[in-house]
Write a protein that binds this ligand. Structure first.
Ligand code: GLU
Length: 497
């Protein structure tokens, strides 16, 4: 028998920003599909009309593109199972609901909100866990159809047959549930007359997965509780359930709860892309949120992940988001870039965050970005730090506060003397290479009978006006002779005031 190549999907509801959890799900689906030569589909579950927005769709599309997770089929790319937006497939859900009614698996329910509330209250008062009583089950189908066509508001409910059900999840193992705990659930709700009825999540989800020939449903463990309902629906519709793999929950850094939209960085575009994380680092980092490679190895390119990824190595245990690890990885990936590549990636951030940089003509922007890449590559953790760490190189002038110019236990006049000595020696020097500058400033310190730091600190602070920056010789060489001398002079004046 030929095993059909797998078809997997992500089915985000476009109701907010592209969330880290959704991105991790997208990655695992994509890796699974690519590893096995299958298809990776993007479908928008946008039936919650109040909360679904096109901005959210765009945010998801942009975030996926940035991460390099390219769906084979999607609302934008199209595909043989189009359309890929649920609001464009409403007829399918209505037809599926009608088939379920016809086969006796579902029925119209005419209970009003007040009746349902009263029922729930009575159950709560009797200390029974609330569930729909199934009252409308007994309405004869012909009568129900008549009431429906006469315009009486109705929803469609699925008949839960009860008893214990279970399935084997590829990650979580055996999952069992007592279906007597929940009542007949709504699969289609009524809307204004004349408009197509809207499906509820479970119905639309399974109708699409069946129609789109999805073979494996790989999604967050938060969706585990709906899976048995979905399996019952699929079976009632005469289909075969896909394989399921529920991914461990991502916990917030404290380890105490799920990642929180308010407290934690969760937006792929806003909190990660726009803050200067590299997509390479995000992909590598997210892969380790629930997947455990063989051995101790931590660093994987996207291609290497495709090669190595299997669902067998996905953990059941929750994954904890560790921001320090992400920063470390990001720094690592920044250091693997060529200077040219880093300079390309820095430019949008420099243009966005520095008016001085943005005002430069394009050729000068490129030259400056290249220089910044050279001097900052070994200390950047995120791309958006370059504006701050490189301000001394971007701005024409700097104004160090007097106290920053003082080396350890130095007075203003001592620091001033060191700056003057350094200025005098540097002014005479023609060879501006780093090793030569180093030898020269060390000689200055020796001649003044002080430790090297007593000269190097005030000089570096004078040139950068920053407490942290690349080393003084790198700074001198990057600035060039005249600007360096001018800054030393300026600092001498500041200390003399
Ligand atoms: N639309 C669902 C959600 O965004 C996902 C459904 C699924 O992956 O099965 O939570």
């Amino acid at each position: 028998m030929i095993t059909p190549s797998p078809r997997v999907r992500i089915a985000p509801s476009p109701t907010g920003t592209f969330h880290l959890g959704t991105a991790r799900t997208a990655l695992f689906n994509e890796l699974f599909a690519r590893h096995l030569g299958g298809q990776f589909v993007l479908r928008f579950e946008d039936t919650d009309q109040e909360r679904s927005t096109l901005e959210s769709e765009q945010d998801i599309v942009d975030g996926l593109a940035w991460l390099g997770l390219i769906a084979d089929e999607s609302p934008t790319a199209g595909g043989s199972y189009a359309p890929y937006r649920q609001m464009e497939r409403l007829d399918d859900y209505r037809q599926a609901a009608e088939r379920l009614i016809a086969s006796g698996h579902a029925y119209y329910c005419f209970c009003t909100a007040e009746e349902l509330a009263a029922e729930r209250q009575a159950q709560e008062a009797a200390h029974i866990s609330p569930k729909y009583s199934g009252r409308c089950r007994s309405i004869p189908p012909t009568e129900a159809a008549e009431r429906k066509s006469a315009g009486e508001p109705a929803v469609v409910r699925f008949k839960v047959t009860g008893g214990s059900r279970s399935f084997t999840d590829l990650v979580m193992g055996t999952v069992a549930e007592d279906t007597d705990l929940y009542g007949d659930f709504v699969i289609l709700r009524s809307v204004e007359a004349g408009e197509p009825p809207l499906p509820l999540y479970n119905l639309a989800n399974v109708v699409d997965d069946q129609a789109m020939a999805i073979t494996h449903v790989i999604r967050g463990a938060d969706l585990l509780p709906s899976t048995i309902k979905q399996i019952m629906l699929i079976e009632a519709l005469g289909g075969t359930p896909p394989a399921y793999a529920h991914l461990p929950v991502i916990l917030s850094p404290s380890g105490k709860g799920k990642m929180s939209k308010r407290r934690d960085p969760v937006s792929i575009t806003r909190d990660f892309r726009d803050r200067g994380y590299l997509p390479e680092a995000m992909i590598n980092f997210m892969a380790l949120l629930g997947w455990a490679p063989e051995g101790e190895r931590e660093y994987f390119s996207h291609t290497e992940l495709v090669e190595a990824f299997t669902l067998e190595r996905v953990n059941k245990a929750n994954a904890v988001f560790n921001p320090a690890k992400l920063e470390h990885m990001n720094g690592h990936y920044i250091r693997t870039l060529s200077v040219e590549a880093l300079s390309e990636r820095l430019q949008p951030f420099l243009r966005r965050d520095s008016q001085t940089f943005a005002a430069l003509p394009p050729v000068e922007q490129r030259a400056l970005a290249q220089q910044l890449a050279e001097v900052l590559q070994d200390r950047l953790i995120r791309l958006d730090e370059a504006v701050g760490l490189g301000a001394w190189l971007i701005e024409a002038e700097v104004q160090p506060p007097a106290n920053l110019l003082l080396g350890k236990k130095q007075t203003a006049s001592e620091a001033g003397l060191m700056l003057q000595a350094a200025h005098a020696a540097l002014a005479e020097e023609a060879d501006w290479s780093e090793p030569n500058l180093e030898a020269l400033l060390r000689n200055v310190a020796a001649a003044q009978a002080v430790g090297a730091g007593a000269v190097l600190w005030p000089v570096r602070a004078a040139l950068t006006a920053q407490a942290a920056s690349p080393g003084v010789f790198t700074v001198l060489s990057a600035l060039g002779k005249e600007p360096s001398l001018a800054r030393l002079k300026n600092a001498i004046d500041i200390l003399a005031e």
